[in-house]
Write a protein that binds this ligand. Structure first.
Ligand code: SAH
Length: 365
């Protein structure tokens, strides 16, 4: 048992089994032992690799997307460019480089980063040191949003804690983390069913309640609907809601037991994009998507950007660029181009945003 497992076992001995959301929140955000608090998880020798780390084109296209949104807003002279969970800062760095193409946007924007991890804040500071901007960091999304804003979040919602319920003959019972006979962590069910849940489902179905992710989308949606702008969420998960346990732990690019190494493996869930879209609509925003990452990036001009870069690249660089691009748009149920979805919440006064206008896609059909 690692230090966090011991601390959790002690907590459970005292207070009883804990919810999945509390378990996730402690595994990821415990000040001393939380996954994001103590280490540097990204890259080939880390635990996972995200789209901005795969290809610079990803961030550049999102930078161009943000610039187009700013133009569609009527080019306000002041706008916040907000990123939730910026990781190494690579996405923002690539966005800002692409934004240089539109000097008015570059001059109007200020950079606001929402990040809880001191280790990652420091990394983001280094990455963005030569970006020509003075980023401001915030612990909470509410602090980052003030006035017209364009917010982006790549692989952020999947890290937010959710609760799980299991369908039993007595009704929905909450799935909890407790202790087994030898004192180690084990899944269990609440003694009593939760009477507030009445969804019908086959026996043993798992229902996930992503309260924090829904709240995040609603917060951004409410803000852009009243103050102007848009929010872009990119993550893995289904376009349609369904039942199932999506909690997963990843270490060194392989799946591991969710309870085995709390705080030492990344813990994530799949994002239910249909419910995120509903949360955005209910908060008063227009919703664009969700569309597959492949379609979004192709519609934003992935191929054209790739060709422009390859013309200036060596043969080896060209091959690396091609591999990155392929990975971003690869099809297949677990491949990035298809499993990852893109959803925007926007001021209803804005037209259909770039990347969501798929019927005009030259690559389609
Ligand atoms: N967007 C980056 C990193 C994704 S990992 C990329 O695409 O590479 C998730 C990021 O969200 C990390 O930076 C992590 O520290 C941050 N994070 C996780 N939970 C958070 C929370 N509740 N509040 C703020 N940041 C959080």
């Amino acid at each position: 048992m690692n230090a966090l497992a011991q601390e959790l076992a002690e907590l459970i001995r005292q207070d009883g089994p804990i919810s999945i959301s509390r378990y996730m929140a402690l595994c990821l955000g415990h000040p001393g032992h939380g996954y994001y608090m103590k280490q540097y998880p990204f890259g080939a020798d880390g635990d996972f690799t995200t789209a901005p780390e795969i290809s610079q084109i990803f961030g550049e296209l999102i930078g161009i997307w943000a610039a187009s949104v700013w133009q569609a807003m009527g080019a306000p002279d002041s706008i916040r460019l907000v990123e939730l969970g910026p990781g190494r800062g690579t996405l923002m760095q690539d966005m800002l480089r692409a934004a240089r193409a539109l000097p008015g946007f570059r001059d109007a924007l200020s950079v606001h980063l929402v990040e809880t991890s001191p280790v990652l804040r420091e990394r983001q500071r280094q990455t963005l040191a030569s970006s020509g901007t003075a980023p401001q960091w915030h612990d909470r999304i509410e602090q980052a949003l003030d006035g017209p804003a364009i917010a982006v979040a790549n692989e952020f919602l999947d890290a937010l804690p959710l609760d799980q319920f299991v369908r039993t003959p007595e009704g929905w019972r909450e799935r909890l983390v407790g202790l087994h006979g030898e004192g180690g962590l084990a899944f269990g069910l609440a003694a009593e069913p939760d009477t507030s849940l009445s969804v019908a489902a086959p026996a043993n179905s798992v229902l996930e309640q992503p309260a924090a992710a829904l709240e995040t989308v609603a917060l951004v949606a409410r803000h852009v609907a009243t103050q102007g702008g848009a929010g872009l969420f990119i993550d893995y998960g289904p376009a349609h809601s369904g039942f199932g346990d999506t909690l997963q732990a990843l270490k060194r690019h392989a799946f591991v037991d969710v309870l085995a190494e709390p705080g030492d493996a990344d813990l994530t869930v799949h994002v239910d994009f249909a419910r995120m879209a509903q949360a955005g609509l209910a908060a008063g925003a227009a919703v664009h998507g969700a569309v597959a990452q492949r379609d979004f990036l192709l519609a934003l001009g992935l191929r054209q950007r790739f060709e422009a870069l390859v013309r200036r690249a060596t043969e080896a660089q060209g091959e690396a660029l091609a591999r990155g691009v392929e990975r971003l748009i690869e099809t297949g149920p677990t491949a990035m181009g298809e499993l990852f979805k893109v959803l925007a919440v926007a001021d209803p006064k804005l037209p259909l945003l770039p990347g969501f206008d798929l019927h005009r896609l030259p690559e389609q059909g």
